[in-house]
Design a protein around this ligand. Sequence first.
Ligand SMILES: C[S@@+](CC[C@H](N)C(=O)[O-])C[C@H]1O[C@@H](n2cnc3c(N)ncnc32)[C@H](O)[C@@H]1O
Length: 243
Amino acid sequence: MASVEEHYENLLARRYSWMHGDYDAKVRESLTLFEQIGLSPRRGGRALDLGCGSGFQSMALAQLGFVVLGVDTSGVLLEELRDRAGEREIQGVLGDIRDPAVYAAEGPFEVAVCMGDTLTHLETKDEVRTLAGDVRGAMEEGGTLLFEFRDYTTELEGTDRAIPVRMDDERIMVTFLEYEAEHINVHDMVFEKGTDGWQVEKSAYRKLRLGMEEVVGFLERVGFHIVSRGEGGGFVRIVALAR
Ligand SMILES: C[S@@+](CC[C@H](N)C(=O)[O-])C[C@H]1O[C@@H](n2cnc3c(N)ncnc32)[C@H](O)[C@@H]1O
């Protein structure tokens, strides 16, 4: 089993944006969500994007006028974000979101987001709990936190565990999920058409099975007030205020 970093480095990072289809549409999706929540810079205007990847949320936050700090362990994805961001107010930092020293000095943050399933990449629920406290400590009073992650609490069974991710004429990606008590093992397979025909690459990594109510509990215990919580499209989304 690869570590998260190895999995992104070996297989996922250079196909991550492709896997999601139209990049600009993904940024617009985040923008629409942030507008619905009413995010706009009112105080310090700094936003923290934890596990920013190629930047769907960072780009939307910058478009709203925030000065964005994106943190990620994937150098490949940060480089893509840098290329796409151009002159926008987005700084990408190579670092682990479990280490508050990576971002705290750049705060306090008016907004912090950890979205698109980054949270389930942490190794244990204790790390999620600690992250919640660390992020609270780096936020402005009254600032907004957005957590979004996939709900793996309900087990898929049989062939439903084999999930076609995306395919086009040159590339096919399929994921197989294997369930354990606290984790799932995610087996990614990518088939690519080269000059010598089709090639396959495989890699597997672990994700956490997190429930909405336990994450709400972590947030409340470290001083967040929950504004909304909900599930849709396979994702849990929690919006909270730093109080
Ligand atoms: C599923 S992607 C989400 C990226 C982006 N937020 C989005 O919605 O597309 C998870 C990202 O978190 C990063 N990541 C995973 N564990 C991390 C950690 N401990 N510290 C920093 N980044 C991490 C990965 O490299 C990857 O870019």
